[in-house]
Design a protein. Structure first.
Length: 502
């Protein structure tokens, strides 16, 4: 059976997108070189991007197209490994690359960009904003002045959109003056992950789970997104944002929405986004006096990651700062389905493992019929791993094999997506970039979603600003401040911290 599944999976159909022109503003930045260009290369290699499409870098660096192509391929070498690197595809990819020296704020260089794009006026145009969000409005305005906004145009906005609700609205207003809402794609790459989409299938294609997916059966939910890296090249951006804006307000809240939403009427874009919006609006607001009890913010100090000594956050950014690199918090969804079920979220840098996972902790059986010496009964737990090693594990109690009485122990039912389906899946950016070309906004955030997330997040940020207590320190290589352990353990629960453990 496994062999048959793998054979079918390996024949998964790759549907090409239409020929398009993709323009990346911020073309020399880390996001473009580390994520976007490798994603586009892989889609070309798999035959999804027509080779007559054009990929146009746009940035303030004074480079020729030849210089830019060399830079892209140099970075591509770092991220494309083994048999993924195919000389014929590399040559083809290089021929698709162009570069124009532009300034999104002042408008310099947009005439040269227009000359290039107007060679193919009827093509789909994807404008990707891999820049600071403060530049989104000016860049879009300059696109319009240069006559580059067509009915076939889409604009992709990276998170976080703004620093708070007011700045988010200002950015969305500025972009919305130029592009219609249907043309605006607010990207959250977590929504493009295979496992996140499998959450939708898990819940709504399997009655065994959906009927248990409520407060009657679930004790609590954990969402953990941890990183071993520090801020590295992103220090300038990160120190003005912090973990709350960088991760919680978008990535983790979007995961919570997928976990907690009601069944949509259909899988069409607005059907999904309407239900996610309801979850965001159902989140219990945290008053200022509740923030200290329901949230923990931290900042990493010196320590060791996998045996390697690392500096503190302050050493990395080069100045004293109260920016948080870790957040743990307890959220509640005020609905009939979820009343009384806490959602614990945490994220941080310089933690022991790079892992993104969701834990659905079911309630204990109401009464045990088993002898006290048969082992302590553990409640069922569904662990959904987003990265690495994408898959799901369901922990159940089983009889320990052999004679000598009825002894129980927890055992795992494992599904590794790579082993089960025998193929590499496109990563999040690969999928979302292709959805943008297709004009499919299902996995992108609508404006009212972004604003609802800020409405919930802003009071937490405000309470932290008003607090006389800064972030709690934690050594690099630990699981964050000890207060984050107390946050969950005072409710009689504990963080799940090992994918291998039952």
């Amino acid at each position: 059976m496994t062999r048959q599944i793998r054979k079918k999976a390996s024949m998964a159909q790759i549907i090409p997108v239409s020929t398009f022109d993709g323009v990346v503003f911020g073309a020399t930045g880390d996001l473009t070189l580390r994520k976007l260009m490798p994603a586009l290369y892989r889609r070309l290699r798999d035959g999804q991007i027509p080779p007559d499409s054009r990929l146009i870098g746009a940035a303030r660096s004074d480079l020729s197209s030849e210089d830019y192509a060399n830079t892209v391929l140099e970075h591509l070498r770092k991220h494309i490994k083994g048999d993924e690197w195919q000389e014929e595809t590399v040559s083809q990819f290089r021929s698709m690359l162009h570069y124009r020296h532009v300034d999104g704020k002042s408008g310099d260089g947009f005439e040269a960009l227009a000359t290039l794009l107007d060679e193919q006026p009827d093509r789909i145009r994807v404008y990707y904003m891999a820049t600071a969000p403060a530049l989104y409005g000016d860049t879009c305005e300059n696109l319009e002045k240069a006559g580059l906004v067509t009915e076939q145009s889409r604009v992709v906005l990276e998170k976080p959109i703004g620093q708070d609700l007011d700045s988010s609205r200002a950015i969305n207003d500025a972009v919305g003056k130029i592009f219609a809402e249907r043309q605006i794609y607010r990207i959250d790459h977590f929504l493009g992950k295979e496992t996140v989409q499998n959450l939708i299938a898990l819940r709504f294609a399997n009655s065994i789970f959906e009927r248990l997916w409520n407060a009657d059966n679930i004790d609590h939910v954990q969402i953990t997104v941890s990183e071993t890296v520090g801020v590295e090249e992103r220090a300038g951006y990160y120190d003005g944002s912090g973990a709350m804006r960088d991760m919680i307000q978008n990535h983790l809240l979007q995961l919570l929405c997928v976990l907690a939403m009601e069944p949509p009427v259909s899988l069409e874009a607005d059907g999904l986004r309407d239900e996610k919006l309801k979850v965001l609006r159902a989140l219990k607001p945290l008053a200022e006096h509740e923030v200290a009890l329901s949230t923990v913010r931290g900042q990493y100090g010196k320590g060791a990651i996998q045996g390697r000594a690392v500096n503190s956050y302050v050493d990395e950014v080069g100045h004293p700062t109260t920016t948080e690199t870790f957040v743990a918090l307890k959220a509640e969804v005020r609905s009939w389905r979820w009343a009384g079920v806490p959602f614990y979220m945490r994220t941080g840098k310089r933690l022991p493992q790079k892992v993104s996972e969701v834990v659905i902790q079911f309630k204990h059986v109401p009464y045990s019929i088993f002898p006290s010496d048969s082992t302590e009964l553990q409640a069922n737990r569904l662990v959904i791993r987003l990265q690495p090693d994408e898959g799901m594990r369901l922990v159940t109690m089983q009889k320990d094999p052999g004679p000598g009485g009825l002894r129980l122990r927890p055992a795992r039912l494992n599904i590794s997506f790579e082993e089960a389906f025998g193929m590499r899946y496109p990563d999040a950016y690969e999928r979302l970039l292709m959805d943008t070309v297709r004009g499919n906004p299902s996995l992108f955030m609508r404006r009212d979603e972004v604003e609802a997330a800020w409405i919930w997040s802003d009071p937490i940020l405000e309470a932290w600003r008003n607090s006389t207590e800064g972030p709690r320190m934690y050594p690099a290589g630990s699981w964050g401040p000890t207060a984050s352990i107390a946050l969950i353990e005072r409710d009689g629960r504990t963080w799940h911290e090992d994918w291998q453990d039952p």
